[in-house]
Design a protein around this ligand. Structure first.
Ligand code: ATP
Ligand code: MG
Length: 442
């Protein structure tokens, strides 16, 4: 890909309407474009990042045995009347009438629809557990959409649902998702802390929010510093190991403000470990038993007895994560972004010195581009007329992790290669590739 042909509309200055760095940067480097309040189009750079995040989320769901489905965005109001949430959900729900005057809605979440799918087909406890997920657009008519795609009205979410015979099995499912979330956020190079949370309109009794610390976050959190050092590398999927994993986190007081109790906090957390700060909610898991299965009559036969299934739901804000990663990785002082390699729109920018009537450098770039491609390294060639230092500044801002300069200083087969804001090395192209590939593995 040539930069001159790419659709990356960069602005000279930070847009004044954006209040936080992720929103500023996403507009500045043309990752998104607002179409109306809280509703955005995703342009190539932003969409590339979101797709990579989506793929990691998907792989980590598949890894614990969740099955992918795709439910529609538009739902019928009938099932929401069955669960009792049609009235409860209030004005956040976008209600629509079709030409037959039927009440429809744009799904803000999918507990009802997935329960309807489940109950129409699964009849025996022998088919349990059922773990299903989809990645789909949601609409919530938020009172105050703000901060770009961090709190918008139309957003992209992974939501999963578990169906089990009893509490014990249901907690096993819950814990699988707990582990899966730790793995997902680790691959995104984020330190997301599980915090005990209120269950809100979803209801139920057990819930964790996964939160990234950030001053610009909207969630208030109270936590014990020591939770940041918990080792989450469990690979075992049996009941006991998963229970132990969750317990290791639950040893430390860590809650969002709805659950906060000052007395308890001060009793359980020694003063030097107390942290009272803000964070961004990137995921939320709930266990709510038969809250939906009972009113919606989703039951299985268990040795001749009818048992309402025990359910949980598990969300990840796929589109919000794009902004959350910027909040976590952007260096304000130097105006430098560095995307984690796992989600970077490009791994490496190839930056040639362009000389009039001389295509030697561009030809070199084309060869390097093809070589990188054969190694699964995503790159972009900056064939524009800008000078080298302007180009470097631009890629520092966009956050492409590596830069390779094809300039006058190239000696034989050695090129100047550097990591964003890092030291410059002179390397041949094979060594460049192996450095990038090695970093990709970490
Ligand atoms: P919040 O407390 O931020 O309003 P929520 O509790 O309403 O979120 P959930 O119903 O748990 O959200 O949705 C799952 C995930 O979807 C959240 O953890 C968050 O990452 C994301 N999400 C929720 N609302 C929005 C929104 N308006 N814009 C972007 N992402 C959102
Ligand atoms: Mg929530």
């Amino acid at each position: 890909m040539y930069f001159s042909k790419s659709f990356v509309p960069i602005l000279k200055n930070n847009p004044t309407e954006a209040k936080i760095k992720s929103h500023q940067l996403m507009l500045r480097v043309g990752m998104i474009k607002q179409s109306s309040a809280g509703i955005y189009s995703w342009l190539p750079l932003g969409f590339k990042v979101m797709k990579k995040i989506e793929q990691i989320v998907r792989e980590e769901q598949d890894r614990i045995g969740v099955q992918e489905i795709l439910m529609p965005t538009i739902q019928s109001s009938e099932i929401w009347k069955e669960s009792g949430r049609y009235d409860d959900y209030g004005e956040e729900m976008l209600r629509i009438k079709d030409r037959q005057n039927r009440e429809m809605l744009y799904g803000p979440t999918n507990e009802e629809l997935v329960t309807e799918i489940f109950r129409s087909s699964i009849k025996s406890y022998k088919s349990l557990p059922q773990l299903l997920y989809h990645i789909q657009w949601k609409f919530r008519d938020e009172l105050r959409p703000r901060f770009g795609i961090m709190r918008c009205r139309e957003f992209y979410m992974k939501d999963a649902y578990s169906f089990d015979l009893n509490d014990d099995e249901a907690l096993f499912s819950y814990n699988k998702f707990f582990l899966s979330y730790l793995r997902t956020f680790k691959r995104l190079n984020l330190s997301a802390i599980p915090m005990a949370a209120d269950t809100g309109p979803i209801g139920g009794n057990l819930s964790h929010e996964f939160i990234i610390l950030a001053d610009t976050g909207e969630s208030k959190i109270f936590t014990d510093k020591r939770i940041f050092n918990v080792e989450s590398s469990s690979t075992l999927l049996d009941k006991n190991s998963l229970n132990d994993l969750r317990k290791q986190y639950e040893k430390y007081y860590s809650v969002t403000d709805e659950k906060f109790d000052r007395q308890e906090f001060e009793k359980l957390v020694p003063e030097e470990f107390r942290v009272n700060t803000k964070g961004i909610e990137v995921g939320h898991i709930f266990y709510f038993g038969d809250k939906y299965s009972k009113p919606m009559n989703a039951a299985v036969d268990f040795n001749g007895k009818k048992e309402f299934v025990k359910m949980g739901s598990y969300g990840i804000g796929v589109s919000r994560l794009v902004g959350a990663i910027i909040e976590a990785k952007y260096n304000d002082k130097d105006e430098i972004m560095k995307w984690p390699l796992s989600v970077a729109p490009y791994h490496c920018a190839i930056i040639p010195m362009i000389k009039k009537n001389d295509t030697t450098n561009i030809e070199k770039c084309n060869k390097i581009f093809e070589y990188f491609k054969s190694k699964n390294i995503d790159s972009i060639i900056d064939d524009t007329d800008e000078n080298i230092s302007a180009k470097i500044k631009k890629f520092n801002l966009i956050g492409i992790p590596y830069q390779l300069i094809i300039g006058n200083k190239a000696e034989g087969d050695l090129f100047e290669f550097s990591e964003v804001n890092g030291k410059t090395q002179k390397l041949n192209i094979e060594d460049v590739a192996s450095q990038i590939l090695k970093a990709k593995l970490n």
